[in-house]
Design a protein around this ligand. Structure first.
Ligand code: DLL
Length: 436
């Protein structure tokens, strides 16, 4: 299903002509209105008129999160304050805040892109949508809310938390679509069971679609959620600096890769070390240039998210290129005894063992000058009776050694020991700092 079929199915030459036109306006706007960019562009001797071809983008400098922080709160704004109708902010792990301002037109664009996302996952005006992403400075709640309303769906703005009440409302209002983090969806499933309800029983809880994102999750986690909740679990991607959710989305027809809305964002994949643009299919860091944003436009924003493009056409008919599932950020990657590991690679291996649940924690420490890796994990509640704990622990540590090349100690916890997250869940606890 399409919200905006003409723009989502533009031919490649049409799309590229539109991108070039929008890119030229963006560079002119940034040059004229944002002193930070005028200086950056002058420093690399680039004038807006020099822009001839899409490939000229690689001549422009990158922007990163520090640039937003250093220009706090609104030094990267391209419009007068009275043009801004909304601010969102994110603090990230360092605690330093970045603020992004939206004009009325930006909110309109964002809502339309979220409506595109929802329709790509099979949600339409007949649906009742529970928005269980946090509302507030975080972009998840309001982003999904405006998109679902624009579609004409009925929105239940639960935000995250109040989970018992949320499940009762999902039952009573016959919620058919749920927007939240994948870990919160799992928690809602678990809690429903405790309340004597089951998402797989559609007469009780008719949920059919989940639109999940805001944190990395593996394909195995998708299968786990789909089996437990009896739904289509769809992946949505975005980041607050660039807009919020709605930058890319999986479609129901393929469920492989996320279509990037290339008429609004120009994506590149670069080598995170050298900054060089990588060739087709290569994995690297996603860089996004906003093509239509008015409030806080960004040129070549380094997302730190690791992905690659899927060049093959998609059966859904969308012409916008797909990116592979983001398994982690370049700064999420942990180095254990010199080996690079993404937490979601560990998640994939955990979930290949049916007796294990997706509730886990990764602990890194240092003993006798050597890194240690411990996985604390709960078994599936249904698997607990008669569980051969030793065999399972050996199986997981062996597959981590085989696939990732690192030794791991596996500790099985009693079911429901670990705290359940309502938003983004912290998986990795690195206790190595200061321990040589
Ligand atoms: O998480 C926006 C969002 C809200 C996206 C709701 C999807 C759904 P931030 O808090 O700025 O914004 O965090 C952005 O989260 O750079 C990725 O590292 C990660 N992320 C977001 N979506 C996904 C996803 C929102 N589907 C950061 N898979 C991004 C993996 C994701 N990581």
């Amino acid at each position: 299903m399409f919200f905006d079929r003409p723009n989502e199915t533009l031919s490649r030459p049409e799309l590229e002509a539109l991108q070039l036109k929008r890119l030229k306006s963006l560079v002119t706007l940034a040059y004229d209105k944002i002193p930070f960019y005028s200086k950056k562009l002058r420093d690399c001797r680039f004038k807006p008129d020099d822009f001839k071809d899409l490939s000229d983008l690689s001549l422009l400098p990158f922007t990163d999160k520090d640039d937003l922080r250093n220009n706090y709160p609104d030094g990267l704004s391209a419009v007068a304050k009275d043009q801004i109708v909304r601010y969102h902010a994110s603090s990230g792990t360092t605690g330093k805040i970045t603020v992004v301002g939206y004009t009325a037109k930006d909110i309109e664009t964002w809502s339309a892109l979220m409506a595109r996302c929802l329709m790509a996952t099979g949600v339409d005006k007949s649906d009742v949508v529970d928005v269980a992403y946090g509302y507030g400075l975080f972009t998840g709640g309001l982003g999904a809310h405006y998109g679902a309303e624009l579609l004409g769906a009925a929105v239940l703005p639960c935000s995250s938390g109040g989970s018992h009440r949320q499940i009762r409302l999902m039952r009573d209002l016959k919620v058919t679509a749920l927007c939240c983090t994948p870990t919160y969806a799992l928690y809602l499933g678990e809690l429903a069971n405790e309340m004597g309800l089951d998402f797989r029983d559609k007469a009780q809880l008719p949920l059919k679609t989940g639109v999940f994102g805001a944190e990395p999750w593996s394909e195995e986690m998708r299968l786990n959620i789909e089996a437990k909740l009896g739904i289509n679990a769809m992946n949505i991607y975005g980041l607050s600096e660039v807009m919020g959710p709605g930058i890319s989305i999986e479609c129901l027809e393929s469920k492989v890769g996320l279509h990037i809305f290339e008429d609004h964002f120009l994506p590149e994949i670069i080598d995170p070390q050298s900054g060089q643009v990588l060739g087709p299919g290569r994995e690297g860091e996603l860089v996004l240039t906003t093509l239509t944003k008015q409030g806080t436009p960004l040129i070549r924003y380094r997302t730190k998210d690791i992905t690659s493009f899927i060049e093959a056409p998609c059966p859904c008919g969308r012409t916008h290129r797909r990116m592979t599932r983001v398994m982690g950020r370049s700064d999420d990657m942990v180095i254990i005894r010199g080996i690079n590991v993404y937490p979601s690679q560990i998640e994939s291996l955990i979930l290949e063992i049916p007796a294990l649940s997706p509730n886990y924690k990764i602990l890194l420490d240092r003993k006798d000058n050597l890194d240690t890796l411990e996985i604390q994990i709960e078994p599936e509640a249904s698997a607990s009776p008669g569980l051969n704990e030793k065999a399972i622990m050996t199986k997981l540590s062996r597959s981590i050694k085989d696939y990732l090349g690192v030794g791991a100690q596996v500790t099985l916890l009693a079911p429901k020991t670990l705290t359940r997250g309502q938003g983004k869940t912290q998986r990795v606890f690195d206790l190595r700092q200061g321990k040589l």
